[in-house]
Structures are given as C-alpha cells and as structure tokens.
Write a protein that binds this ligand. Structure first.
Ligand code: SF4
Length: 280
C-alpha cells in the first residue's frame, strides 16, 4: 500500500513504498541503441532492438517527469543504451529542465559524443554526468567495449570538465573489486584529472547477481529510492525484476503509483530485458 506523507500537488509531498523507503529518483532510458558493445552489458552479436516508433516521444517523457515531480520525485537521470545517440537530446534536457520540483538532472554516458554535446547539455540545464571508463589502457578499453576509442572517451571527459557541470563521476565496472589493476589505474587517472570514480561490480540480470555500488547507492535495496522508465514506456519498480507498468496504457501517474506499490523489498532477477533496454 502506497504511504502518503502529505498532499501531492506539484512536488510538495514525498512518497514512500511499502517498506518505508522514500522514492524520489527516476532513471529514464531514452534509447536502447549504443555505439559500444561493452562485454558486461551487451552480447557480441545482434541484440533485439526496440522499434524507434515504440520509443516514448520527448513530450511523453516530459509528461512522466511532470507526474513524477507531482509525486515528490526531484531527481532524474537520463540513460540508454547511449543517451547521446537519441537525436536532439539537448532539446529533451531543456524540456525536463522546466519541470517544476526537479532539483537534480543528470546523465550516464560512455562519453564518446560528449566532446560535441557537453556544453550544449550544460547550457540546456543538465547538472551532472557520469562517464563510463573501465580502463585507461587504450587496448584494454577497446577490448572491454568491443571496439571503443579510448582517446574519444578522454576527449569527452575533458569537454565535460570544460562545460562546467556541477559534478562529474567516472563509472568503472570491475569483476570483483576496485583493487583490480585496471580499476586502480582508472582511480589514479581520476585523481590526476580531479574527478570522482565509482566502482560497479559486474552484475548479472538473469542470475540476479548484484552488489552495492562502491561510491554510490545503486544495489543497496534497503535504501533504494528509484524507479526506471524504459524507452518504450514501462515504469519498472526494480532493475532485478521483470515487472513493468505501461505509461501509455495506464497514464503516467497511475503507472508510477502502481510501480511504487509493486516495489519489492529487494531485487531478484530480470530475464526479459538487457541492461541496454532498462538503462542499468
Ligand atoms: S535491486 Fe531493485 S530494490 Fe535493489 S537497489 Fe536495485 S532497483 Fe532497488
């Protein structure tokens, strides 16, 4: 049963799930397309892709964001696939920037297109970015991303620093721990360039394997504050679950409320989707 702590008009209340957790953070996947094939996210071969015509329009995404803000949500993160592959993403950021009640608008990207978009995104109202960087060895980087160009990622990081975002973090996926050689090198790189780094232990959706993110809140079910919106319009209560509520069928607010009511105490497994479809 959804517990209310105040009247819900224009974000002047907050919402809690059945376990008393405040839910105020919406991760929005704007596309399932990506210009990389990271070994821990996407299979090597063809990936079943969501039809473009099924993607939510920017107006629909903004409507969900407004409904979420009306329920007391104040944080939104744009994800993908690779969000910068969605054309005119700067336009969506500007639309979301006008949603009353939102105090934190961020994005997770692989950074390859940031040299082109960092400044326009910051000017449109994006506050923070997380940039994936699993190695500073160009060959290892190419291997882990199945073809990525390390130099382009670094160019993107520099452009983000020049754009003046409130905060920039590096996301580094590790097999076991931040003590792995690649992780230690990413940590020293981050220190050299004055950035924070988070270590994300490799997860497995189908096997239900996940851990608390080192340097973040992801994977910490007891403190979970998030919902996810997939690019075709499913509000998902949990990353490690197959449950989703369709905003086009139910309406934005009802889909959000039902997702909060269905939020599990902790994640189990997800066998119907990939990270690139849910947005990690
Ligand atoms: S597994 Fe589910 S409940 Fe746990 S932190 Fe992730 S999204 Fe939240």
């Amino acid at each position: 049963m959804l517990r209310k702590a105040g009247r819900f008009a224009d974000g002047d209340g907050e919402v809690r799930d059945a376990f008393g957790r405040r839910i105020n953070y919406l991760r929005i996947s704007v596309t399932d397309r990506c210009n990389l094939r990271c070994y821990y996210c996407m299979p090597e071969g063809d990936v079943p892709l969501i039809q473009r015509e099924d993607w939510l329009t920017f107006e629909e995404i903004t409507e969900v964001a407004r409904a979420a803000a009306g329920l007391g949500f104040d944080k939104i993160r744009l994800t993908g696939g690779e969000p910068l592959l969605r054309s005119n993403l700067v336009g969506l950021v500007a639309m979301l920037g006008r949603v009353r009640g939102l105090r934190d608008l961020s994005m997770t990207t692989n950074g390859l297109l940031l040299d082109k978009y960092a400044l326009p995104l910051a000017e449109a109202g994006l506050h923070r970015v997380n940039i994936s960087l699993d190695s500073v060895d160009p060959e290892v980087y190419r291997e882990k991303t199945r073809g990525g160009d390390f130099k382009r990622a670094v160019k993107g990081i520099r452009a983000a620093q020049a754009a003046g975002f409130r905060r920039i973090k590096l996301n580094c996926v590790v097999e076991w721990s931040s003590e792995e050689p690649d992780a230690r090198e990413v940590a020293s790189f981050a220190e050299r360039v004055g950035l924070e780094v988070r270590f994300i232990r490799r997860m497995n959706l189908a096997a239900g394997e996940f851990w608390v993110v080192d340097g973040g809140a992801g994977g910490d079910c007891a403190r979970c504050n998030r919902l996810r919106l997939s690019c075709e319009g499913l509000v998902r209560p949990c990353l490690f679950s197959d449950v989703g509520f369709n905003v086009r069928e139910l309406g934005a607010r009802a889909a959000l409320v039902q997702a909060i009511e269905a939020k599990p105490e902790s994640g189990e497994q997800c066998v119907t989707s990939t990270f690139s479809q849910i947005g990690g």
